[in-house]
Design a protein around this ligand. Structure first.
Ligand code: PHE
Length: 449
């Protein structure tokens, strides 16, 4: 049996996890959700959920991965009893489906980077977006993006993932700070900060059934939880590492970059032809950065260049996330079926590409909604819920023992962690899963009917 791969350095692991966390979730999803769900009100709920739910679940995935040295399916096979042995599948299936459409969206991003380089953002953003999605071009850009993902992951943990994130993550940080500084000089900056940074507490209580699941879904997605990425990445770690400390750094950096994206997007938006009152109504969902923001690029000074830099940043962020999802499914084939890394990566990469083709080709975006509702709103939450119940209520000792390795004095923190899992996390996830199931049912019956 070949020796299992490991990270070369601690920084390598942290950067890989940050690279996974920072992605389309921060750049594409986060600002539009803030826009849709009431600006700063959403921000407050989101930050709370990151701390109370996101962080404890990240530690669960870390401990399970490091304890077993396995991919999610193998990990649960090893520590699970009875039906719990099978729950690893939820993660691998979710990853497979999510990557198939994540790559399609990353392909649109490539297209929009090209528009910027050609100085080609249209004053009518909606029309341009409509002519960008659907048809053959998005299938091609989806293929290009998947080819890049395959290339990195095929090179392995150290030569592929670790090396590439050491370049990509610092680049993302530098570019986003630069963009935020530039955005601060734009005429709409003042109004944008007021909108983004002053919580309207009224909205939180008014629409909690909408804000809560949306903010929770966002917290999950952005931290790469519920898909086994953190299980898989931690499985390449040694035992001497303080998982809690690494987790704080990862969560902190991810949150910081999401926050920065708001500082970039809203000033640009409000310096274009959009008013604060319209933010929630334009380009809802997939269209936000593609419609509203690119339309603003058409109207601000140096917009083409600015847009090209912005979408280049997004591309890098998307790539460093996509490789982490790919690694989950690839590690499954390597660990469980003894397939070599290169054929495993190429084979799965092609399969994932094919599953994404309908999403790329379909101009109505219905396929996107179907995949997103099922994988993101159901599978992701379900996987995390099952794992939290298992570690919080059943295999508590395993979790505590693994977490305490590399931490000199865990003290009462271990107990806090277990109780956070047992009640707030589990209850919250059940509520959210219920609300999402209703939402998915409505969305899907809308498409079918
Ligand atoms: N966290 C990534 C983002 O914000 C998406 C992602 C989710 C990546 C789950 C891996 C696993 O874009």
């Amino acid at each position: 049996m070949v020796q299992r791969e490991t990270w070369a350095t601690r920084t390598g692991f942290i950067l890989a996890a940050v690279g996974s966390a920072v992605g389309l979730g921060n750049v594409w999803r986060f600002p539009y959700q803030v826009g849709e769900f009431g600006g700063a009100a959403f921000l407050v709920v989101y930050l709370l959920l990151i701390a109370v739910i996101g962080f404890p679940i990240m530690l669960v995935e870390f401990t399970v991965g490091r304890y077993t040295d396995r991919n999610p399916v193998g990990a649960l096979k090893q520590i699970g009893r009875g039906p719990w042995k099978r729950i690893g599948w939820v993660f691998v299936v979710a990853g497979f489906v999510i990557l198939s459409y994540y790559s399609v969206i990353a392909g649109w991003v490539l297209q929009y980077m090209a528009y910027g380089l050609q100085g080609n953002y249209a004053a009518d953003g909606a029309a341009q977006f409509g002519s960008t999605v659907g048809g053959v071009t998005p299938v091609l850009t989806h293929a290009i993006f998947m080819a890049a993902v395959i290339a990195v992951v095929a090179l392995g943990i150290r030569q592929g993932i670790e090396l590439s994130v050491k370049l990509m993550v610092p680049a993302i940080i530098v570019l986003s700070v630069g963009l935020a500084v530039y955005a601060a000089t734009l005429p709409g900056a003042g109004e944008a900060y007021a909108y983004y940074l002053s919580p309207d507490l009224g909205t939180i209580t008014a629409d909690w059934t909408e804000i809560l699941p949306a903010a929770a879904g966002q917290a999950f997605f952005t931290l790469s939880l519920g898909m086994g990425v953190m299980i898989t990445y931690a499985s390449y770690l040694g035992e001497d590492r303080n998982l809690a400390k690494d987790g704080v750094i990862i969560v902190g950096l991810d949150t910081m970059i999401a926050f920065f994206m708001g500082l970039i997007a809203f000033p640009i938006l409000l310096s274009g032809d959009v008013g604060a009152a319209d933010i929630g109504t334009i380009g809802d969902g997939p269209g936000f950065i593609f419609i509203a923001l690119s339309q603003a690029f058409a109207n601000v000074p140096l917009g083409g260049l600015l847009g090209a830099v912005f979408f280049a940043t997004v591309t890098v962020a998307a790539l460093s996330s996509a490789i982490s999802i790919m690694e989950v499914v690839v590690s499954y084939l390597i660990d469980e079926h003894g397939v070599d890394r290169v054929p495993a990566t190429v084979g799965l990469g092609i399969a994932i590409f094919l599953v994404g083709v309908p999403v790329a080709y379909d101009a109505s975006l219905s396929w996107l909604t179907v995949y997103d509702e099922l994988a993101n709103n159901i599978l992701l939450i379900l996987g995390a819920l099952l794992l939290s119940i298992y570690i919080g209520w059943i295999k508590t000792d395993l979790g505590l023992e693994e977490l305490s390795k590399g931490i000199r004095n865990l003290g009462a923190w271990g107990t806090y962690w277990i109780w956070a899992l047992r009640i707030p996390v589990v209850v919250m996830l059940i509520v959210i899963l219920g609300l999402n199931a209703v939402g998915a049912y409505e969305a899907l019956s809308g498409i079918v009917g």
